[in-house]
Write a protein that binds this ligand. Structure first.
Ligand code: ATP
Ligand code: MG
Length: 183
């Protein structure tokens, strides 16, 4: 699966509906300080189920909603959608047959979060399951931010093991075993 497009509306500084195409395997996003580059990464992390406001550089989850500027009023809803190209059919299970896979998350000021998978409402878990073992996912190694490398170098053996298990595709089986044991 390849990330093809990011669509945002009401998310942090992206108040108006914005569609960011990612046409190649190497895409650079450049711009002056504070123009919203990191907000795009926050959006990707958020739609994949990030539930910690701190990891999104905010205090509460509602901080992802556009909170107004000198010329614009705050809005009540933030939404982010990722569109993946799945023409190689590598998405797991029933999703293998779709050429495109869309995951979407919306949140309102009262904290109501909704997730959609190809337009159908789903649980957060359905989204996290889709990416388990792929290296993508809200806290996975596919997103390397400032400080990530030094965290890797300084990681404790247990943390390092988690990263290696995700890369080796073992984490999804561990997660399933854990769920079975809880039943
Ligand atoms: P740098 O080059 O310094 O890393 P950047 O392009 O990564 O900058 P971001 O951190 O993505 O910039 O964007 C910061 C901007 O987003 C700030 O101007 C901040 O006011 C704005 N912002 C963050 N959250 C919200 C929000 N909820 N509503 C409106 N604007 C927001
Ligand atoms: Mg930044």
């Amino acid at each position: 699966m390849r990330l093809e497009k990011i669509k945002l509306a009401g998310f942090k500084s992206f108040v108006d509906p914005t569609s960011i195409p990612l046409p190649g395997n190497l895409v650079g996003i450049v711009g002056p300080n504070g123009c919203g580059k990191s907000n795009i990464i926050d959006a990707v992390r958020w739609v994949m189920g990030e539930s910690s406001a701190k990891h999104l550089r905010g205090d509460t989850m509602a901080d992802v909603i556009f909170n107004g500027s000198s010329t614009r009023k705050p809005v009540g809803l933030a939404s982010v959608e990722l569109i993946f190209d799945n023409s190689e059919g590598k998405a797991p299970g029933e999703f293998a047959k779709y050429r495109e896979i869309s995951i979407k998350r919306q949140v309102t000021r009262d904290g109501q979060s909704t997730y959609l998978l190809n337009g159908t409402r789903c649980r957060r878990k359905d989204i996290t399951d889709l990416f388990l073992g792929t290296g993508l996912g809200s806290r996975s190694y596919a997103i390397i931010e400032q400080g990530t490398i030094s965290r890797l170098v300084e990681a404790k053996p247990d943390e390092l093991r988690e990263i290696i298990e995700e890369a080796a595709g073992i984490s999804k089986y561990k997660e399933r075993r854990h769920e079975t044991e809880l039943r």
